[in-house]
Unconditional design. Structure first.
Length: 348
């Protein structure tokens, strides 16, 4: 038998398999509470299994989305607050699925770090599970990667992958027409876009994450970590009760870049900037950074996290359904002849 020279182990190299196994055991109850019809197998296998027929689909089309949370995760790391960033991760994926007309079915996450801290990772996954519960999808798998040398000590990154389904022929956007009304659903803060700008602004303002927020009765860090709002259930309810032509998730690119994605050739959108009160957070960001109106509207959501396009004759019904579901709804404008997004009124 060959003599072992120095007995080097994987743990010596910075990767602890036992800690990874401990995390899996810790998060199994979190995954279990996301269980829904269609799930055949949960955590522990080489892959998650899902039965579309058991979920109630006859002739389904699958829709997939993947995303992360950007540099918002850096604020969570610097604050040592990990219980909501997982909600952001789910929301960024499933809010995109609903824009295609799809119901989110299941979710998988990828968590990469320099050194696994089980308690912190558990908080992250607990947030992921909460996001899944709120959007009606199941957490059926994921991957935890411990990669010393790839990340600075204490750093980690997140990515998510969601799959949804719809019956064939139900995809969105469809039939968008001149005269359709644009309804805006209020956001819960900055969601998960523009955080490189927000972090730069905090640095320029000499504010720490523990500093009182100039625009709210909380700390700056807590305000910026407000999780992304999940619009799935209200939008699914609307699809069941009203003719909907499109949804637009207002993420990177803001209103200016995301609304044109639902338009047909020769169509534009006119938005009334007086239609909603821009939240104090965004007013402070604009003033403190000396940021131009156009830059605000193409970088941040500015208080509108999802837009809904409906025929004019259905707007009152749509408003009522969405309001009953807990959304704050604003009539922003309408589809016009032309191209792109134009604005009237005053931003702040």
């Amino acid at each position: 038998m060959t003599d072992i020279k120095n007995g080097l182990t994987y743990t010596d190299a910075g990767v602890d398999i036992d800690e990874g196994n401990a995390l899996v055991e810790r998060i199994k109850p979190e995954a279990a509470r996301t269980h829904r019809s269609g799930v055949l197998a949960g955590l522990g296998g080489f892959g998650g299994l899902f039965d579309l027929r058991a979920a109630g689909y006859v002739d389904p089309v699958l829709v997939a989305a993947t995303d992360g949370v950007g540099t918002k995760v850096k604020i969570a790391i610097e604050m040592g607050k990990f219980d909501t960033i997982g909600i952001d991760l789910v929301a960024m994926c499933v809010n995109d699925l609903i824009c295609q007309g799809a119901e989110p079915l299941f979710f998988l996450d990828y968590f990469a770090t320099s050194k696994l801290v089980v308690d912190d990772a558990t908080d992250v996954v607990r947030g992921i599970a909460e996001g899944c519960v709120r959007s009606g999808c199941a957490l059926i798998g994921g991957e935890t990667a411990e990669m010393p040398g790839m990340y600075h000590k204490g750093d980690f990154d997140l990515a998510g992958f969601a799959v949804g389904a719809m019956e064939r022929g139900a995809s969105l956007p469809r039939d968008v027409a001149v005269g359709d009304v644009i309804l805006g659903l209020a956001s819960d803060g900055a969601h998960s876009n523009g955080y490189s700008l927000l972090r730069k602004l905090a640095e320029m303002s000499s504010l720490s994450w523990d500093s009182p927020a100039p625009f709210a009765e909380t700390t700056l860090g807590a305000a910026f970590l407000t999780p992304t709002r999940l619009y799935v259930k209200p939008c699914l309810k609307l699809l069941e009760s009203c003719e909907v032509h499109a949804f637009a998730h207002i993420t990177g690119g803001g209103l200016s870049e995301n609304l044109p994605r639902v338009l047909g050739a020769g169509q534009g959108i006119e938005i009334d900037l007086d239609a909603w009160d821009v939240p104090p957070m965004f007013q402070w960001i604009m003033k403190e950074g000396g940021i131009a109106e156009a830059e605000m509207l193409k970088t941040l959501n500015c208080g509108i996290g999802m837009c809904v396009v409906v025929p004019a004759q259905h707007k009152d019904h749509a408003k009522a359904v969405l309001t009953e579901s807990g959304e704050r709804v604003y009539e922003l404008g309408q589809v016009t002849d032309g191209s792109g997004v134009s604005y009237k009124g005053r931003f702040v």
